[in-house]
Structure formats: structure tokens, C-alpha cells
Design a protein. Structure first.
Length: 528
């Protein structure tokens, strides 16, 4: 079957048609999946989809060797069983069974005349998704297969000797060279860093404090584990031991009642760190959204009859740090004018990589970030105290003037709400109030003495209505009256209180504590 067109183009469609319409049995499809080290559970459609995705992956890479090998397996599925069943049992407890040396083949070649197949991990290097924060320099030791553990705990280890890897001696003097643990689950193509859900890492018997889960429900947010400080690289001939203990490597399948086992692969790499300031410099020298293109886009939108263009407020603060933006960036796929700061965004992604735009929540990986020169021009032509500007529909901008909340109220003058003067309210015994403006320094249009004298005059003035409680109390403090400040002068005054009852007076002479008390009449029977 022809698998290649002209040049290096690989055509997977003939194999796709044969897998889907060739009448292959489920067992045949499972054998092909086993040969490619893929899952064999599921219905026939799922098996077909896995094989089709794999052949298309090889075609898009393009990887001609793997593409031709899988093509031969699809063309001659009857010979793949020999290669599949000749593989040793992978669940062996011996270290050799779990060790995956580069370039090694851990099973016998098939009897048929075809190249021996090396599944993922057996002679194949893991390929992780790239990160702008580091470059992988060299692999240390072997890739370790972490078999699926449904019930029990299991430990895999990688021995590390500095004398066997010259790059480790350089890491002692170069702080940008770090030794890190990478882990990935079985899958196709480039892998996210993913550790088993229940796992822990130890180096030379000591626990390594690290977040092995990343952010919840955010695949790809897990970072590799830096173990450089835990390794003893200066001791000549010392064998370091890197261990990972894990358990319960299961996940729910398509059917809620079915639980699939999951394998992982563990490997050590020496990486070279790339600091955030260097990445910011890359963005400054990289792609840009020109000022002219932004203005032209706004003009085209303002001329569209179906769009009502109005002025908008553009914030010059980063939504992540709430500080003024230094280098305005956004993803090239974003459709908004608001930008975010390059340093703040990269520092956040370094801690937990999600690569999502903080404004529209769309994907914003590093290679899609661009500098917005329109916003950059605004930042360069405004002082650092300015955090907002008004952008007109055709691209012109001006400083944003915040409206005064008090003066903007209809029918109210701004002087009425001045903070310079406060009102001193005095209450007379008759219920009348008098107000005198007091400044913040405690002085009025007159002096404090005038205020005090007005208080004295008000307190000394006779009340229009007598209060029996106040008069009978002698020198006691008068009862305070409540004034409704919410009422206006136009409202009716509250009805007057009924006059107090007249007290009885008598010329009774007796002890002072009985003064003002009426005498009790003498009983008539005492007169007889």
C-alpha cells in the first residue's frame, strides 16, 4: 500500500480507511494497540480511534520510520501477534524489568521478517511539551517505567553518580544548570508533566518538598521537581538515590463503572534555567502589534453601520498585579484592547503554568505573546500617576477625568458638600436648633468665645414650654431631645405636648424631705 506521496509527505488516509472499513476483528485491533503500547480496553470504535490517531501523529510529525512500521503492521496484522506475545511480563519485580535503558530492546524479535518494535519507554525518549523557563540539556540515567498500581504502593529509583555524568560537575558552579525530575503518564505525542496522584519523592532518603499535583483541574500546570540541592555531587564516587513512591494509579474510563490502570514514566534531566527578565527582553525584540494597525482597526469598526462606536476607558494597570503596566502584551489571538504586564504574567506562569489570558481566559502561550505598541505609546506619553485614559472610537486618546460624585448630583452645588466646614448644631430646651459653621481647625467666622457665649445664652434663655421633669430635678442634667436631621423645614412640626398637671401646694411645715408633698387629711374619728 502506498504510504507516501511526493517528497516527504506522508499520507495516512489509506491506512485510516483500512482500519475503519477493513473488517478487522477486535482482537486484531488490540494486537495493533499492544504493538504501539496503547490501551487495549474499550469498544471497537475506541480501538480504531487510537490507531488512527497514532498513524496521523506519525504523518504530521513527520516520522517516516515509525509511520512505515505502523503501516506494515496495519497491512499485515496477522504477523503482529508474534511480536506482541514474545514480550516479557512487565509486572516483574526485578529491577531489570522496570529499567528502560536508551536503545535497549527488552523482548525477542518477531519471527516474521520485520523490524523489532520498541514501544514507548523501550528505546524511545520521552518528549515533553516545551517550556520557555528552561531548556533540557541532558538526560541523567534511565527512563523508569512505573507500572500501574491498583491497590499497593510501589517505589522506583534512579541511581545518580556525578562521575558518570560530566554535566553534573558543571552544575555545581553554574546556578542556571539544575537537575530536575520529570514524569509523564502514557500517551501520544508531547507530554505534560504529570505525577501519580498519590506520590512522594525522596533523594538520599530525605523527603523533597514539592507540589506534584499542580493546579486543580488544570492539566499541564505541574512543574518538574528541582532536586539539585538534595544531590551530593561534590563527594567523589558517591551514589545518589532518587526515589518515587506511588500508589493507586487508576483513573475513570468512558464507562463510569470501568476503571482503567495508568502507567507513568520517570526520568531525570539537567536543564538550563531562563530567567523572567530574559524572556521579557525576548518579547521586546519579538513580534508586535503596531500602533497604526490598532488605529486602522478602530477606524474600520467606527465606520461600520452595524456597530455603534463610543468612547471607552482603557486601564493602564495590570489586572494581575494591579500596578501600572511596564511592557503591555497580549496574545495574538486576543480581540480586546486591554493589555497585561509581561513581567507579572511570566512570573505567575513560572509558579503554575496555565498560559491563559487573564482578561478573556483564552489560551495565551509564550510563543503567541506580542507587544501592543498602541498601549505602549500611551504609557510612554503619560505620567506614572495616570492609570486610565479615554479612547475615542477612531483611536485618539485623552486623559480620563473622573466625574465628581457630589457635584454631579442634580440640583446640588459642590460648595454644599465642601469638606472645609462642618456645622455645629446647638439644641435649646424648647427644641429649636441653631447652627454655626466650624472650620477644620476648630474656628468659625468668629471665635470660640463667641460660640461658647452663644451656648451660654441659649442655655440661659427661658424655655417657651416648661418641663416639669427638668424643673423638679433641680441641678440635674436636662433630658436630651432628639432631632430628626432627615426632616426638612417644609414639614409640619410635631404637635405640642399637653401641658403638665398643676401640682398641689400646701403650707405644711415638716421635715425638709417632705417639702412639696400634700398633707394627709386627719381621720374624723380622731376628733371625737
Amino acid at each position: 500500500m502506498a504510504s507516501m506521496g511526493g517528497g516527504s509527505f506522508l499520507d495516512p488516509e489509506p491506512y485510516v480507511r483500512k482500519v475503519k472499513n477493513g473488517g478487522m476483528l477486535n482482537q486484531t485491533l488490540k494486537n495493533i494497540c499492544l504493538a504501539e503500547d496503547m490501551k487495549v480496553n474499550g469498544v471497537k470504535a475506541e480501538l480504531q480511534t487510537r490507531i488512527v490517531d497514532r498513524i496521523r501523529l506519525y504523518a504530521n510529525a513527520p516520522d517516516q520510520i515509525k509511520f512505515n512500521r505502523l503501516g506494515r503492521i496495519i497491512d499485515h496484522p496477522e504477523i503482529v501477534a508474534a511480536g506482541v506475545h514474545s514480550r516479557p511480563y512487565q509486572g516483574s519485580a526485578s529491577p531489570a524489568a522496570n529499567s528502560i535503558p536508551n536503545g535497549a530492546t527488552n523482548y525477542s524479535a518477531p519471527r516474521a521478517a520485520m523490524q523489532p518494535y520498541k514501544p514507548m519507554g523501550y528505546g524511545m525518549k520521552l518528549e515533553f511539551k516545551p517550556s520557555p523557563f528552561y531548556d533540557i540539556v541532558e538526560q541523567i540515567g534511565e527512563v523508569k517505567l512505573c507500572d500501574a498500581m491498583n491497590q499497593h504502593r510501589h517505589t522506583v529509583n534512579i541511581p545518580v553518580k556525578a562521575q558518570n555524568h560530566p554535566i553534573l560537575s558543571k552544575a555545581q558552579n553554574d546556578p542556571t544548570l539544575r537537575v530536575m525530575i520529570f514524569c509523564a503518564s502514557e500517551g501520544n505525542g508531547r507530554q505534560d508533566i504529570a505525577f501519580p496522584h498519590q506520590s512522594e519523592v525522596k533523594v538520599n532518603g530525605g523527603d523533597v518538598k514539592a507540589n506534584l499535583r499542580g493546579l486543580k483541574n488544570k492539566p499541564g500546570s505541574t512543574r518538574p521537581v528541582d532536586i539539585t540541592k538534595e544531590l551530593r555531587l561534590k563527594v567523589l564516587g558517591y551514589q545518589n538515590t532518587v526515589e518515587m513512591t506511588y500508589a493507586l494509579t487508576t483513573k475513570a474510563g468512558l464507562n463510569a463503572a470501568f476503571v482503567a490502570s495508568e502507567k507513568f514514566y520517570l526520568v531525570l534531566y539537567v536543564v538550563k534555567l531562563i530567567p523572567v527578565p530574559d524572556l521579557v527582553k525576548r518579547l521586546q525584540a519579538g513580534k508586535k502589534i503596531t500602533r497604526e494597525s490598532v488605529i486602522n482597526d478602530k477606524i474600520n469598526k467606527s465606520r461600520d453601520a452595524d456597530i455603534v462606536a463610543t468612547a471607552s476607558i482603557l486601564s493602564l494597570k495590570c489586572p494581575l498585579s494591579t500596578l501600572r503596566i511596564d511592557l503591555p502584551i497580549q496574545s495574538i489571538s486576543c480581540r480586546h484592547n486591554q493589555c497585561f504586564d509581561a513581567t507579572s504574567y511570566l512570573q505567575l506562569q513560572e509558579q503554575g503554568p496555565t498560559w491563559l489570558c487573564p482578561i478573556c481566559n483564552n489560551s495565551a502561550p509564550f510563543d503567541t505573546l506580542v507587544v501592543d505598541e498602541y498601549v505602549k505609546d500611551i504609557l510612554q506619553n503619560t505620567s506614572r500617576s495616570i492609570d486610565q485614559v479615554t479612547v475615542e472610537p477612531e483611536g485618539q486618546w485623552k486623559l480620563y477625568n473622573r466625574p465628581d460624585a457630589m457635584s454631579s448630583r442634580p440640583g446640588v452645588a459642590s460648595s454644599d458638600f465642601s469638606d472645609d466646614d462642618d456645622d455645629l448644631i446647638e439644641v435649646s430646651p424648647g427644641g429649636r436648633k441653631a447652627s454655626t459653621p466650624i472650620t477644620k481647625n476648630g474656628t468659625s467666622n468668629g471665635t470660640l468665645n463667641q460660640v461658647q457665649s452663644s451656648r451660654d445664652s441659649l442655655s440661659a434663655a427661658p424655655s417657651n414650654r416648661s418641663n416639669p421633669l427638668n424643673s423638679s430635678a433641680g441641678g440635674k442634667r436636662p433630658i436630651s431631645e432628639v432631632i430628626d436631621l432627615c426632616s426638612s423645614d417644609e414639614e409640619e412640626e410635631s404637635p405640642e405636648r399637653p401641658p403638665p398637671k398643676r401640682q398641689m401646694t400646701s403650707s405644711f411645715s415638716g421635715p425638709s424631705y417632705l417639702s412639696g408633698v400634700a398633707p394627709v387629711p386627719r381621720p374624723s374619728y380622731l376628733d371625737s
